[in-house]
Design a protein around this ligand. Sequence first.
Ligand code: HSE
Length: 304
Amino acid sequence: MRSIKVRVPATSANVGPGYDIFALALKEPFDEFEISTNDSGKITIDIENNIQNIPTEVKDNSAGLAALELFAKKNIGKGVKIKIIKRMNSGGGLGTTGASAAATIFGLNKLLNLNLSKNEMIDFARKGEVASGGSPHADNVAAALLGGFILVKSYNPIDVLNLELPDIPVVLAAIRKSQRTTRGFITYEIGQEKLKEQMARCSRVIHAIHTKDMVEFGKAISLDFIHEPVRGAAIPDYWDIKRKIINMGAYGCTISGGGSSVIAFTPAGKQDDIADLMEKRFSSNPNFTKVYKTFTSNKGVQIV
Ligand code: HSE
């Protein structure tokens, strides 16, 4: 096989308190990739519908950087053409850079018969994330590859647990972030009291998934002392809107990944009302693009 086409889902990382260790896959939106190998020895990137001006320079693009990493480590001298068909042009925090890296490593693993394990694919793909946020976080790439809910059990070595989720209705306000990454403003110096609460919340999230208790899941994800204070400060009226979303009956609400998108998990009957509220309250934000009504998904990257 010389060529493969794949579809890779949006993912929402952190899922409240799990900064860099939790993520989940969404049914929509998604991007598509056509990856083909050749004998040129060169990696090239071509982007269809590139309204966000994503770099096509190989080392500046998460897909290109992940491929470079894979080729260097495995001594591969092949050429590869990566065509990205952008469908997720709408916001920050949808895991699009992770999706690109994951799709590329998945495709190359198939095309070159590398037989990489899931953890090896995640490990190569996460290196691609350095191109955008400067850090090789594994949460988005793991959810894009495997679907479902991700717990990064260990970073050294990479080891990921993949849990099945019920199809939870999601309302996602896609909002671009005003700066490339806010990771540099995040501190782990949160003090003992908050640290205890943070650890308890992470444990509650996993327990809620095991017991399929969506009310508990929503409560557990709706508090975070690590990244949400930083990312929330960049979204006008975020705390007030979040409170209203929860008062309207959402299971929970938090910032999706690195922001500025906002994600709410809701009972099925509340999806429309919460979508209307988000539309109304976020539409004055110049970085707001659209509201998605979607679901969590147990599907990661798929061959089309
Ligand atoms: N865990 C990463 C972050 C996800 O919060 O920066 C980025 O989508």
